[in-house]
Design a protein around this ligand. Structure first.
Ligand code: CP
Length: 307
């Protein structure tokens, strides 16, 4: 039985095979060709936090694959009244073929994995967002870029789940990854070590620039950013905006990269904070292709785990 809890649950070859499967599913969807590969299969979707993309893409994805998904707001479950995560997993595992969960504490995903007896998918935790990172790299890959030749620059809060997952997947695939961020929001040592010990990485992928975002962006193929105030970090709002402002993805920063640099953001965006309107709406931006691809990637993940 397979799970997708972190980006390291898939080998390099499995990730590349997944991309081929995403491409095929996306083409079938565009042609209106039925692909009911999960007829009669069911997915439980537990959400402890809000979501637009993850919830709807998994729900529609299961429908298009011939299966069914149930949205379970954690507050409406007995979890909110003290039933344990382990017991919830044991019950859901008897009804459903798989569980996808968005949780505050990554440990809850590990408990689900241990107790459910069915595949568990991470729909975002405090540590990782593997479905997002797989989609991000697929979105670059489908444009025909050679992943071994590109440099991705992440600008902003680098101590978050999206950066962690990007770092791990870049290590696994041998993609050069630069981070530009204030010292207060550096990637955690624990995550850098995980990326560093990845035997599949043929180079150390992470370079960190704490004081010079323009230098970090020089000749970049991809510039990526994410919200400065992730879910659960709202209390530090003012401090975050002050410290992260020099790392905004704006026209000036983008001009340091290659002319055809791809600009990415996992959304939701706070326009005018981490990214300007001018950049997110520019021809360099592939942000909405990225959002669309969540659907196709999720379908390939479900098919890989449930068939
Ligand atoms: N990027 C992402 O996971 O979007 P949602 O929070 O809307 O699911």
């Amino acid at each position: 039985m397979r799970n997708l809890i972190t980006d390291q649950d898939l080998t390099k070859d499995e990730i590349l095979a997944l991309f081929e499967s995403v491409k095929e599913l996306k083409e079938k969807q565009k042609r209106g060709e039925p692909h009911r590969l999960l007829e009669g299969k069911t997915l439980a979707m537990i959400f402890e936090k809000t979501s637009l993309r993850t919830r709807t893409s998994f729900e529609i994805g299961m429908f298009q694959l011939g299966g069914h998904a149930s949205f379970l707001n954690s507050q409406d479950l007995q979890l909110g009244r003290g039933e344990t995560v382990a017991d919830t997993a044991r019950v859901l595992g008897r009804y459903y073929n798989a569980i996808m969960a968005r949780v505050f504490d990554h440990g809850n995903l590990e408990t689900l994995r241990e107790c459910a007896g069915v595949p568990v998918i991470n729909g975002l935790s405090d540590k990782f967002h593997p479905c997002q990172a797989l989609t991000d790299i697929f979105t670059i890959w489908e444009r025909g870029l050679d992943l071994r030749e590109i440099t991705i620059v992440f600008a902003g809060d680098a101590d978050n789940n999206v950066t962690n997952s990007l770092m791990l997947i870049c290590a696994r695939l041998g993609i050069r990854f630069r981070v530009t961020c204030p010292v207060e929001y550096m990637p955690r040592e624990e995550i850098i070590s995980l990326a560093q010990i990845d035997k599949a990485a043929d180079m150390f992928p992470v370079a960190i620039y704490t004081s010079d975002p323009k230098n970090a962006a020089r000749n970049a193929d991809v510039i990526y950013t994410d919200t400065w105030v992730s879910m659960g970090k709202e209390k530090e709002n003012k401090k975050r905006i002050r410290l992260l402002s020099p790392y905004q993805v704006n026209k000036e920063l983008v001009s340091c990269a290659k002319n055809d640099v791809l600009v990415m953001h996992c959304l939701p965006a706070h326009r005018g904070q981490e990214i300007t309107d001018e950049v997110i709406d520019s021809t360099n931006s592939i942000v909405f292709d990225q959002a669309e691809n969540r659907l196709h990637v999720q379908k390939a993940i479900l098919t890989m785990l449930l068939r």
